[in-house]
Every structure is written in structure tokens, then in C-alpha cells.
Ligand binder design. Structure first.
Ligand code: GLU
Length: 277
């Protein structure tokens, strides 16, 4: 039995790309779950959550209630963080300091989202760390990815769909791909990668069906699953529905929000056709 899920972040209205993702996930599952990834409370909005429910119901999807919301799960994420304590370090760098440091270090390693964190705070000695802590500077917790990778050993994940380079089958994990990822911040009890693996395990998700823009993220998510001793789902990444210029839809593309398509008389059957289902 496949348990699948659609896990949108309510930071805007759903568009055609989301419709494709949700319908594809639902079609692959014997049990289809909806999860609201509203961990970043500064960017998420209650009216977007309501719109997600309305749009997905309109498309004809149903899911068990109550819907899991990440904003209610801080305690669980803190428990997970505690398990990673020996592999994490506080990072006091501001965004600007990171950019400057990367500019200074020629040949800084790049990940899928650009240059990776140069590891500045990983090298802090105990005294400077304690001093910065005591001064009340805000900090993020970062995973020491090299240490974590050494502890986890070689890993793989099973790709049933296709990555952006047509990756398929048993994929060897590149644990250092994103460098020392942020696990949590002062105002956020868990960053995306941590929250998503904890919740997929909590909800017994067996097949993660999602866009191939998240294929690379699977490498670091698989590492976190290993470190936390979580069950490992299979993955089915799918292609993205792009705008007429071949780009990902942006939040400003009001013309392709499900709300506007519905209001201009489109039907769920039309939407399915438009996304090639
Ligand atoms: N919440 C993520 C997003 O909206 C998706 C998470 C996932 O499918 O793993 O992009």
C-alpha cells in the first residue's frame, strides 16, 4: 500500500504546477495525505491555507482530517534536533557575512542552490563559541555534514520516478551536496529538510511524490533519515509544469492560479488536460 502526500507551503496561491503535483501524488497513493508546511510563520498565511483546501477540494481531492500542520510540531522537531546535537554547531554568521566570506574564498564549493556555507563557524574554538553564545547573538544550528556523512556511511535511495537528469533506480547519496545545512533557526524550530523527514516518517509516508526541483534535496534528506533512525520512503519525482517561457511559475503569475482559472470558468477536467493528465 502506498501512502503519498502533497505538502505545500502556504506562501501563495496554488497554481497549475501545484495541481499537477497534487493530482500526481494522489493518483500514486492508496492513501493520500495533505500536509501544510507552515513552519516559516513569517512567510505563511492563514488565507493561503484556506485557499489550498478550497482549490484541492475543487480539483476533486480528499484526504483524512485533521490535516497535519508543521506549525504545531515544534516539540517533535526539538526532540529530533536533540538527537543531532553532537553533529551540529551554532552558526552566528549573518547572510552578508556568508556572502562576503564566499567572495573571499575563491573556488568555494557550489551546491544545487548556489555556493554552500563556507563553514566559518564550524572552526570556532570553544571559547569564542561560548563568548558569542553568552552575548546573546542570534544563531542557526548547522549540521556538520562531513562528520554526519562519516557516521552514516554510504547510503542510497530508491527513485521510482525521474530526477532532472533522468536519474532513476538506486541512487547513491551525496551527503555533502548542500554543505552544512541549517537544521533550525531562532525563529524556526526546524528548517525544511529536518521537518520534512520527521513528518514523512510520522505520517508513515511510503512514497514521496513531488516535483523534480526537490530531487537534489533527497540526498540530504536521506542523510537525516539515517542519522535519526527514521524509516526510508521511496521517491517518485516528476517533471515540472512550466510557464510558456519554460520557467517555473512564480507567485506573480496570477493567470495560472487555480483560483483565477476556476473563476474564469475552467473546470477540473480542463485543468487535468492542461497539465497533461
Ligand atoms: N513544502 C515544500 C514546497 O512547497 C514541498 C515539500 C516536499 O514535497 O518535500 O515546496
Amino acid at each position: 500500500m502506498n501512502v503519498t502526500r502533497f505538502a505545500p507551503s502556504p506562501t501563495g496561491l496554488l497554481h497549475l504546477g501545484h495541481a499537477f503535483a497534487a493530482l500526481t501524488a494522489a493518483a500514486a497513493g492508496d492513501r493520500f495525505l495533505l500536509r501544510i508546511e507552515d513552519i516559516d510563520t513569517a512567510r505563511c498565511r492563514e488565507d493561503f491555507i484556506t485557499a489550498i483546501f478550497d482549490d484541492l477540494h475543487w480539483l476533486g481531492l480528499t484526504w483524512p482530517e485533521p490535516v497535519l500542520r508543521q506549525s504545531t510540531r515544534a516539540d517533535t522537531y526539538r526532540d529530533a534536533l536533540r538527537k543531532l546535537e553532537d553533529l551540529a554547531y551554532p552558526c552566528f554568521c549573518t547572510r552578508k557575512e556568508i556572502v562576503d566570506e564566499i567572495a573571499r574564498a575563491a573556488g568555494a564549493p557550489h551546491g544545487p542552490d548556489g555556493p554552500v556555507y563556507p563553514g566559518t563557524c564550524r572552526h570556532l574554538d570553544e571559547d569564542s563559541r561560548a563568548e558569542k553564545m553568552a552575548s546573546g547573538l542570534p544563531y542557526a544550528l548547522r549540521l556538520d555534514s562531513a562528520k554526519a556523512a562519516a557516521l552514516a556511511g554510504p547510503l542510497t535511495f530508491e527513485e521510482q520516478g525521474h530526477g532532472p537528469q533522468d536519474e532513476h533506480g538506486t541512487i547513491p547519496v551525496k551527503p555533502l551536496l548542500f554543505g552544512d545545512i541549517v537544521l533550525a533557526r531562532k525563529e524556526m524550530p526546524a528548517a525544511y529538510h529536518l521537518a520534512v523527514v520527521v513528518d514523512d516518517a510520522f505520517q508513515d509516508v511510503s512514497l514521496v511524490t513531488r516535483g523534480n526541483d526537490l530531487f537534489a534535496a533527497t540526498h540530504v534528506q536521506r542523510l537525516l533519515q539515517a542519522l535519526l533512525g527514521l524509516p526510508v520512503p521511496r521517491y517518485a519525482h516528476h517533471h515540472l509544469i512550466l510557464d510558456k517561457d519554460g520557467r517555473k511559475f512564480s507567485k506573480r503569475d496570477h493567470a495560472v492560479t487555480l483560483k483565477s482559472l476556476r473563476e474564469s470558468g475552467d473546470t477540473p477536467a480542463n485543468i487535468r488536460r492542461r497539465v497533461g493528465l
